[in-house]
Design a protein around this ligand. Structure first.
Ligand SMILES: [Zn+2]
Length: 52
């Protein structure tokens, strides 16, 4: 189970991952393990949304 697919920093704290918004490349988006498991949508201040 590799989280490296996102190609950015990962944290082992609670299985959460954080990555820079692929759209504006400014905002950091943090997703928890649970959010990924349920494929929760995320959104950025720039208006970018999506599951990854
Ligand atoms: Zn953004």
């Amino acid at each position: 189970m590799a989280n490296s697919v996102l190609g950015n920093s990962t944290s082992n704290m609670t299985g959460s991952v954080s990555f820079t918004c692929p759209s504006c490349k400014k905002e950091e988006i943090i997703r928890t393990r649970n959010e990924r498991e349920i494929v929760a949508n995320y959104s950025c201040k720039c208006g970018f949304t999506g599951p990854n």
